[in-house]
Design a protein around this ligand. Structure first.
Ligand code: G3I
Length: 416
């Protein structure tokens, strides 16, 4: 990858010239470590390993670390600064779901998705699409549609939404949570009722036609634990993946949501690791798509919770990062300030959950050091076709970063 060409600096006095060289060298080092300079122009001090961002640590082994971002979090300047320092990929937490994107029949609203994409492009980050077919968070008008009309409506939705972002999103969670929790096979939501099991292959085909370069995933939860229910779900999902592959349906990867539970006994992930080997053997990319650790079963003491939650991140990442097909890890939020768990899975004692790498004050918790270590020590990821896009983007990011560096130097009067 040829480094971006930097125009020769204009002549500056001797002492200042040395400062320019020093600052630029420092910035280049910081940028090559894939640490984005926060838009405020502050230069992130990198004094030791402990200041290496999670994104840089993941990239060390050819992986990407990202976070889901809510609309509310995106509007928080301090949070945004931490986000841009830490991640290499963004996922809209709700911004590309049916209820937001097609609130009325035939009326599309891409404002939330576009805002996140602008941020991603400006900072050379990847962006994931979430999600096209789920059966939840759908607008009321869909209830009024005759089942026979749902096929054309689903096709039009996918063509419009995936087409709108054609060439810009690295991957899509096309099918979300298709397997039922009770072991009865596929979840029987409106799309299953309208199109039968075929809705999955149809949706993947329509998405592929709308953006042939996007990597298309099925995204599922409840696969991680050593329980009979999770084992049944893993078996059902594997059968579905194999069937789709036999039919040459355009499916490129599997998303493991990984909403983990911190409980009295530490989680064990041997069965999950075996399952991931079987998915890897199908030639599929694996992404951890919604990682967080629900701590509501733990006592209230924050220090104890941070220790137990960090240990869960450690065990889980040790299990999954040993598989080279695991290309990307996304946490479902970056800071406890914005976690869905506080509204959907609140702690009985009313305290805020401590489920994510950074606390409500945007300070790193134990989990950050643990995640950084696991990313750094992991086996390298297999570079997949889609990774060329990431490399191009990171080159762009370095170029953008150097441009920002010049802005800092100009601001300080070093460069004129
Ligand atoms: O937008 C409305 C707002 O207008 C209203 O004032 C407010 C109060 O009722 O609700 C807002 O909608 C909420 C929406 O998030 C946006 O914030 C919904 O009530 C709330 O139910 C919804 O929760 C989302 C949840 O999916 C819905 O099931 C969470 O934020 C989101 O993190 C969560 O994410 C899912 C993934 O998409 C799929 N995997 C599971 C994961 C957790 O459930």
């Amino acid at each position: 990858m040829t480094p971006p060409q930097i125009p020769p600096p204009r002549p500056v006095p001797e002492a200042a010239a040395r400062r320019v060289v020093l600052v630029r060298a420092f910035l280049l080092l910081a940028l090559l470590g894939n640490t984005a300079c926060a838009m405020s122009g502050q230069i992130q001090e990198r004094t030791s390993r402990s200041s290496v961002s999670l994104g840089a640590a993941a990239q060390h082994r050819g992986r990407v670390y990202g976070s889901a971002v809510s609309q509310q979090a995106l509007e928080d300047r301090d949070f945004r600064s931490l986000l841009l320092q830490q991640v290499g990929s963004l996922t809209p937490e709700n911004g590309l779901k049916w209820e937001v994107v097609q609130p009325q029949r035939g009326h599309f609203d891409f404002r939330q998705g576009d805002a996140l994409l602008r941020l991603a492009r400006r900072h050379g980050l990847e962006m994931r699409g979430h999600t096209l077919v789920w059966g939840q968070q759908e607008p009321p008008w869909l209830q009024t549609v005759a089942s026979s009309d749902l096929g054309p409506i689903l096709k039009a939705h996918i063509q419009m939404v995936v087409g709108h972002y054609r060439g810009q999103l690295r991957s899509w969670d096309v099918i979300n949570e298709p397997i039922s929790d009770d072991g009865s096979g596929l979840r029987r939501h409106r799309w299953w009722r309208a199109l039968g099991p075929e809705y999955i292959a149809l949706a993947l085909e329509w998405a592929h036609q709308s953006d042939p370069g996007a990597r298309l995933l099925i995204n599922e939860y409840g696969l991680e634990a050593e329980t009979p229910a999770a084992a049944t779900k893993r078996r059902g999902l594997l059968a579905l993946l194999r069937q789709l592959q036999r039919r040459d349906v355009p499916l490129h990867g599997l998303g493991i949501q990984a909403h983990l539970q911190a409980g009295p006994a530490p989680g064990r992930y041997d069965a999950l690791a075996e399952f991931l080997k079987q998915v890897q053997a199908l030639g599929l990319e694996i992404q951890i798509t919604e990682l967080d650790v629900d701590d509501r079963q733990l006592p209230g003491d924050p220090e104890l919770r941070d220790r137990v939650v960090a240990a869960e991140y450690d065990r889980f990442l040790a299990a999954v990062l040993s598989n080279p097909a695991v290309r990307q890890v996304t946490t479902w939020g970056l800071s406890d300030r914005y976690t869905w768990l506080n509204s959907q899975a609140p702690r009985p004692d009313g305290r805020g959950q401590r489920a994510l790498p950074f606390d409500e004050a945007l300070q790193a918790k134990r989990a950050v050091a643990v995640m950084r270590e696991r990313f750094t020590r992991a086996t390298s990821a297999t570079v997949s076709r889609g990774d060329r896009i990431a490399t191009e983007q990171s080159t762009q990011k370095e170029a953008d970063g150097i441009e920002r560096a010049d802005a800092v130097l100009l601001q300080q009067g070093i460069l004129r």
